[in-house]
Design a protein around this ligand. Sequence first.
Ligand code: GLN
Length: 537
Amino acid sequence: MPDTRYIFVTGGVASSLGKGIISASLAKLLQARGYKVTIQKLDPYLNVDPGTLNPYEHGECYVTEDGAETDLDLGHYERFLNVPTSQANNVTTGRIYRDVIEKERRGDYLGKTVQIIPHVTDEIKRNIKLLGSKKNFDVVITEIGGTVGDIESLPYIESVRQLKWELGSRAMVIHLTLVPYLAASGELKTKPTQHSVKQLLENGVQPDVLVLRTEKELSPDIRKKVALFCNVDSRAVIQSIDVSTIYEVPVKMQEEGLDEIVLEKLSLPINQKPELKEWKLFLSKMKNAKKSVKIALVGKYVELTDSYKSIIEALIHAATYHEHKAEINLIQSESITPENVVEKLGNMQGILVAPGFGHRGVEGKLVAVKFARETNIPFFGICLGMQCAVIELARNVLGIEKADSTEMDYTTPNPVIDLMEGQKNVTDKGGTMRLGVYDCKIKKGSLAHNAYKTELVKERHRHRYEFNNEYLSAIEKAGMTATGINPETGLVEIVEIPSHRWFVGVQFHPEYSSTVLKPHPVFMSFVSAAINNEQSN
Ligand code: GLN
């Protein structure tokens, strides 16, 4: 689209201020005004994608429908906007450099000396503009990862400078900073913001709007002061005060007039203020929920909730629509033993066993599955969690003691979970799993069918191992049914135990597609079963 507008969101003073949430909230407000908006994240690290990053390093890896392994902020974008993202929505320095070097090897640069400016910056600019030109977006919001002043971010800031120059009023910069509160003197301090804007100015970029994260209300005087020192309108100094849920941020940003000032700067019509009816209804359900539902989330990365971001959000969405608070108990799977399982999981209304890789913590996950199966507590296994459900049943119901996944024990004589055929010759780790959306045919009468209310669904995947169909008939005889199958390959995608109150394992990742306005049906069904669980407290 020739007149796509570009909004760049940079950050200063500290990391983790929530650029992703501010970007998603602004996008939501513009979308509510009828604009076609998308968000893109530029990550300044050298990994080609975050797929090879340990969740401890960078939180969850979010998978798009087209099979890209991306930054978890893309999850926020989808949850807020209800519009799928794609590979083009996440670009890393690793990918930029790889593409530049590939072009150099092909001879595309015709003998020129290849340099950060213009070759790397041109490649960054090309990636930024790709979304606008290919998909006809009215507005592309580009979030620049990292903090202004980082060596790694420099080529991105330089690209922003160039684009701002080239695009004129079709581009603008929002800079997010922190205004710390000094308890000792009882003051809010603006100096870090001033310095951070100076840093941007040194790189040739004048921000148009400042969003200030703060724990206390900013007085008009503080706003005026920041405006004066940073060359922005005082109306363009926006307060982002701490709130109890990220889903409140769009409403707060609307109150602050962020969307209006942005439209004004981009010379776009402002029109009527949207009501955000459904969004506010969700928020009021969330705030007014009196009862809570206790869910155990059993995983091995529990020290960092970002590792299970989408699962936690999907549980919150579902609980909210059932007018309950999600009380999510993150339980370290390594700490669960047959001796302490009652103490750890006994008073849970539902047990969710998380995805994961490698053998660490798997034994504890198997104990959790066994406990859920035997005590009739609603159980939801996702990816590795589903694979654990199969291994547990094979071992403890079928009596196949050595049943395992070849991921955990390469030499097992009973690989009930085995490496997928297509994975057998794969040696590279990056971007080589079974990724993205695949069809799944659902058996009528199953819990899954009851939840989805349709016989064909598409869900996102990220795995190398699968249910070994050689064991299917034995496992079905033992009481576990395959209720979801990939129609092309016959891969088992869903298993259930019909005699159980609610026991479902899914090979795919339903959590990636749960959004605020469209909670995921299987999460809805799981949480409802957990709420109805008579064993609840
Ligand atoms: N490690 C398992 C596999 O690769 C499960 C992956 C996951 O839980 N995302 O198949």
